[in-house]
Design a protein around this ligand. Structure first.
Ligand SMILES: [Zn+2]
Length: 451
């Protein structure tokens, strides 16, 4: 059947009454299309079987996808009322989302754009407020949550990031495919255990990689029966850098102000640089510091840090050699109080020995997945997120093109809407993450930061 209204507006059972451009002093001009319902009307009451009579009309006003200017529809809908039981009847109009006052296709388009564009910009095209757009987007995310599920990763990363206003977030990644799996608010054993207990397919997780957070032990034991726990080396060696910093600060406290400034400016950054990455100038600075009795202890700390990093670097495959190197390293720490933080690090390694050395047993490189995913969230947040809600940050990060495409191309959708389909809302064309700019403006209404 060739219905021009259906093909032009994707609206069923309606005829176009008239169209006009509405002009006023207070609003920008917009297209208004007025439709009349022309579908089936019932004459017999579905409740009691008595006759139904016409009972006036109601009109629904919805916003459609904008063209050269915003577009609104007004649809006149007949009402029927039962003569006996007084039941009211109204036809259901296919093609509109009356709850949201949008055409169905506008609901899809607006949501697609909201993943990428500032709410205020989307709203301007639609002649809606930024807040309205945001609320529609959040509603949509909640509804989609029930209908789209990603496959539970075999190699699951748990990391933590801090985001202004939202506090601690737990970032869950698929380390094998380097995709973002989920983001949760907060981080404690109870809520994590609950989350994983409710995860269908939790028995598919075979490795959990994370930082040194003891409560994970309970969560994994309870909720992820087939998983082993490994600590990512990045989170371990970071502690060696912190220990060098601690030595530097202790030494500076004893120095004259002049020496202090010199050391801070000259060495803080260099001390964190790996030996193999030092420039000639930095290397000579360290040599100088080594020969100066005042700063020599700092270079001992530097060497300890380097030796600690080398436990990983020199033993990419042999867990036994790594353990041996760690033992030697621990013995090499001077008894001096100055190096207390290094002894603390050694204690930490003992406390998490099984998980730290599991790094060598875990069959995939686990570090990159963390960094990429966390960077993406931080970037999204810095871009325009500082004020907006957790749901928005989560939706925009999870369903951003780069992540979603990687999920699709790796076949990681457990179930969800047929893809592609007319509701494949996440398959939008947008700029690559890297093309985004860091220059931001702030929207006082939605709290959103955008460029
Ligand atoms: Zn009736």
């Amino acid at each position: 059947m060739n219905n021009p209204i259906k093909s032009l507006f994707d609206l069923s059972d309606c005829v176009l009454s008239h169209s006009e451009v509405v002009q006023s002093d207070t609003q920008r001009p917009y297209h208004l299309h007025v439709f009349d319902y022309a579908g089936e009307i019932i004459n017999v009451c579905p409740e009691c079987g008595s006759k139904m009579y016409s009972h006036g009309k109601r009109s629904a006003t919805v916003t459609d996808v904008p063209a050269d200017m915003p577009v609104k529809w007004k649809i006149n809908i007949p009402r029927r009322r039962c003569s006996a039981c007084k039941a009211l009847w109204l036809p259901t109009i296919e093609g509109i989302d009356e709850m949201r006052s949008l055409s169905s296709r506008a609901a899809i388009n607006l949501t697609q754009r909201s993943i990428r564009d500032a709410f205020e910009n989307v709203g301007e095209d639609y002649m809606l407020s930024g807040n309205t757009v945001k609320n529609i987007f959040v509603d949509f995310l909640k509804a989609y949550e029930q209908r789209l599920r990603f496959k539970v990763p075999a190699f699951l990363g748990i990391d933590e990031i801090k985001v202004k206003k939202l506090g601690e977030l737990t970032v869950i990644t698929d380390l094998e495919h380097r995709t973002l799996f989920d983001i949760l608010q907060g981080r404690n054993q109870k809520s994590l255990t609950e989350y994983f207990m409710n995860l269908q397919g939790r028995e598919n997780v075979i490795w959990v990689c994370s930082d040194m957070y003891r409560p994970f032990e309970g969560t994994i034991g309870e909720a992820l029966p087939n998983a082993r726990w490994a600590i990512d080396h990045f989170h371990v060696v970071m502690k060696a850098n912190e220990a060098v910093d601690d030595v530097r600060r202790s030494l500076q406290d004893e120095m004259t102000k002049k020496d202090r400034i010199k050391t801070k400016r000259g060495l803080a950054y260099t001390l964190k640089t790996r030996l193999k990455d030092l420039s000639a100038e930095e290397a000579s600075k360290l040599r100088e510091a080594r020969n100066n009795p005042k700063t020599a202890p700092l270079i001992i700390a530097y060497d300890l840090k380097e030796d600690f990093f080398n436990i990983y670097d020199n033993n990419p495959t042999s867990i036994d050699n790594a353990k041996k190197d760690f033992e030697d390293w621990e013995k090499s720490i001077s008894k001096d109080d100055l190096y207390e933080k290094f002894r603390t690090l050694a204690k930490t390694v003992h406390n998490f020995e099984e998980q730290i050395f599991n790094f060598w047993n875990c069959p995939i490189a686990i570090s990159n997945g963390f960094t990429e995913c966390s960077n993406r969230i931080i970037r999204e947040n810095n871009l325009r997120g500082r004020g907006y809600s957790f749901e928005v940050l989560r939706g925009r990060t999870l369903y951003r093109k780069t992540n979603f495409e990687r999920i699709l191309s790796n076949g990681l959708v457990e179930f969800g809407p047929p893809i592609p389909s007319d509701e494949a809302v996440f398959l939008f064309e947008g700029p690559e993450d890297d093309a985004l700019d860091y220059e931001c403006d702030f929207d006082p209404d939605t709290g959103e930061i955008f460029n």
